[in-house]
Design a protein around this ligand. Structure first.
Ligand code: C2E
Ligand code: CA
Ligand code: CA
Length: 639
């Protein structure tokens, strides 16, 4: 009579049960894959249970009714192979996670069904054929000619998995790759061991090893998930993107960035805010068949889904937009959450994942400033992107090589009827020698943190210019300052050091700041301006009159002068209303003890009108454009 050792199977059973308990403890959102894993665990546990019961029955066949032995063994033969097929199905699902094309998926389903169908039929008919096992007249167990067929099925499934991997390896992630490299050898080794020592039963152990390898790699960790929303996190998004690009697949990415979500948190509290985020993430995740959502950053989500055609992409964007046009409700709480959108199509794209991410971020940023709040990645968007990239490169190079120049635009003093000050304006030349407008590169430098360096360069140049030309009766030069520059705690002492080197007092270089700079941190700026003013520095409000200008914002701050923006000056010759507004503004600022500079004065009429209205200084093309140092020196010495 056959005798078997069940020691390994008992251990495997304990391990499986422990894993089931551990696994059940976790409150996870159950995806189809998780359910498949759970079923594989249970199926393996049942298979080991049946194996143990079967062995007991066979060894005690005189006490156990024959039909029980027959059924238990039949059940064991079936369940052990089914469990193995479930693990194979799980592996297929992992391998094809980043592949939309259905061919391999269909082949896997057909292959697994076919193999299992045939095997099941053969097992069920074993009672008559005895191909797998049979019982003699006394009820003793005997192996049939196809007793090891189960191993054959395992081997076929393993080969199918390997083939699927080889076909799609470009789109298989690092972790799955690791499983593919470890799982088959381990299984094969154990199977060989089993064949060499048939008395030591190992079937359940093999399945348990396979499940443990999967568990360790995938099912126990939440690392790739965003803990708040349960969708993929940024790292996960990168991986998905990287693999799809590497596999040269056709897909599209849609981005949603929530606007002013801080207001939602403020209104309903952070807990509710988090719940809204969860709700939105889940909606996005389920919104498109085969689509997967990711939390890209705090309030920006990305959706990756198959690309069908341009029409479909447009309607996808529209459907998202229309959903975000509707309120979201959580029980009693109902809230509209505005958002902006970007979408991009990748068809055998040559771009790298980091470039795509950069492009997407750029698109979302530009969508924020668009009226309809959405951007579809088209040729125009691509052009803008490459232009920005190019500019960034030029800027970086210029910063390294100090390839900037400072130009000066003279400012006319109406009382003295001569030029006694100038504004320092930075200039950048690209490698072809073309001038790049500061209106284009200053915002970029602010974004990249290069503004500090540029600011220092301008400051030093301006000080050197004023200090080195005392013959010009140039009393002051004004310098434009960005918000970031004020964050440097050593700003004042460093500025003072440069002034001292050039023998200048602080009031010789005026600091021009816009209201936006003040609004970046009102309290801090107020404090800082007081401190600077107390040390002799002078401030000037720049661009007053565009957009968000308001009197109260500048009234309580130590400004010495105010620059009226060109948009205010432009229409004074033609519009009586505008004349009235500008005149009253000048009077008001005078009554507050400030000097008024009119900017962007281009014509004689404008110059005369603004002078009559009482402006103290005039700056504009009418008198002079910004000029390089040598030219401005010549200009000033002539006048
Ligand atoms: P801004 O401070 O308002 O500078 C005045 C801008 O108006 C200059 O443009 C000047 O060339 C232009 N302008 C002067 N008169 C006229 C006129 O009569 N008609 C017209 N159409 N334009 C006139 P620019 O030099 O291109 O500078 C653009 C902006 O870039 C500046 O605006 C300022 O915000 C920023 N910027 C320039 N240099 C610096 C700098 O060193 N640091 C910082 N942070 N920003 C700078
Ligand atoms: Ca300015
Ligand atoms: Ca200005």
């Amino acid at each position: 009579m056959e005798r078997w050792s069940l020691a390994a199977e008992f251990l495997a059973f304990i391990l499986i049960i422990t894993t089931v308990v551990f696994y059940h403890d976790r409150k996870q959102v159950k995806s189809a894959r998780k359910r498949l894993f759970e079923s594989s665990l249970l199926m393996t546990a049942v298979s080991i249970g049946l194996n143990i019961a079967g062995v007991y029955g066979i060894e005690n066949y005189r006490q156990v009714p024959h039909w029980i032995n027959a059924w238990v063994n039949c059940g064991y033969f079936l369940v052990s192979v089914w469990a193995c097929s479930m693990i194979a199905a799980y592996l297929f699902d992992l391998l094809l996670e980043h592949v939309y094309v259905k061919t391999c998926r269909t082949r896997a389903v057909v292959g697994l069904s076919l193999v299992n169908g045939i095997y099941t039929l053969l097992t069920l008919s074993n009672a008559w054929t005895g191909l797998m096992f049979w019982f003699d007249a006394e009820g003793a167990y005997h192996r049939g000619p196809l007793n090891r067929l189960g191993y054959g099925v395992m081997l076929i499934e393993l080969l199918m998995v390997m083939m699927c991997y080889l076909r799609n390896r470009e789109s298989v992630g690092q972790k799955v790759r690791k499983v593919i490299y470890t799982l088959p050898p381990v299984v094969l080794l154990l199977a060989l061991f089993q064949i060499a020592y048939p008395e030591i039963l190992l079937n359940g152990t093999i399945l348990t090893f396979a499940l443990l390898i999967i568990f360790v790699n995938f099912q126990h960790s939440q690392v790739e998930k965003d803990s708040l929303t349960g969708v993929g996190n940024r790292k996960d998004f990168y991986e998905e993107l990287f693999l799809r690009l590497k596999g040269k697949q056709r897909f599209q990415i849609a981005m949603v960035s929530l606007l002013d979500f801080a207001a939602v948190n403020q209104k309903f509290g952070y807990r509710r805010g988090d719940e809204f985020l969860y709700h939105i993430a889940r909606w996005l995740d389920e919104f498109q068949k085969d689509g997967r959502a990711f939390r890209f950053s705090n309030v920006t989500f990305a959706l990756i889904c198959p690309y069908v055609d341009a029409e479909n992409s447009r309607s996808l964007l529209e459907a998202m937009e229309s959903r975000f046009g509707q309120p979201w409700s959580l029980g009693e709480t109902v809230c509209k959450i505005p958002a902006c959108f970007g979408a991009m199509i990748c068809e055998e794209s040559e771009l790298e994942a980091t470039q795509v991410v950069e492009l997407l971020s750029f698109m979302v940023e530009s969508a924020k400033t668009k009226e309809d709040g959405k951007v579809l990645f088209d040729r125009e968007a691509e052009r803008m992107f490459w232009k920005k990239k190019h500019l960034e490169q030029v800027l970086q190079e210029a910063a390294e090589k100090r390839n900037f120049e400072v130009w000066y635009q003279p400012i006319f003093n109406c009382a003295l009827q001569r030029f006694d000050s100038a504004e320092a304006l930075i200039r950048l030349r690209d490698p072809e020698g073309k001038l790049v407008s500061p209106a284009e590169f200053i915002p970029l430098a602010e974004e990249n943190g290069l503004i500090d360096e540029i600011g220092w360069f301008v400051w030093k140049e301006a000080c050197r210019f004023v200090g080195g030309h005392s013959e010009l009766s140039l009393h002051t030069v004004s310098v434009n300052m960005s918000a970031q520059q004020f964050l440097n705690p050593e700003l004042r002492s460093r500025m003072e050091a440069v002034l001292e080197e050039n023998g200048l007092s602080a009031d010789r270089i005026k600091l021009e700041i816009t209201e936006r700079v003040i609004l970046s941190d009102e309290k801090y700026m107020k404090q800082l301006m007081r401190d600077f003013s107390a040390n002799g520095f002078r401030f000037c409000v720049d661009d007053f009159g565009i957009g968000y200008s308001n009197f109260s914002g500048v009234m309580h701050l130590p400004f010495e002068c105010i620059k009226l923006d060109q948009s205010l000056i432009e229409k004074i010759p033609s519009d009586a209303q505008d004349r009235l507004v500008v005149r009253s503004m000048i009077e008001l600022f005078h009554s507050m003890g400030m000097r008024v500079v009119a900017e962007g004065v281009e014509t004689k009429v404008q110059k005369e009108l603004i002078e009559q209205m009482g402006a103290d200084y005039i700056q504009g093309y009418y008198f002079a454009k910004p000029m390089p140092e040598a030219e401005v020196l010549a200009f000033l010495s002539k006048t």
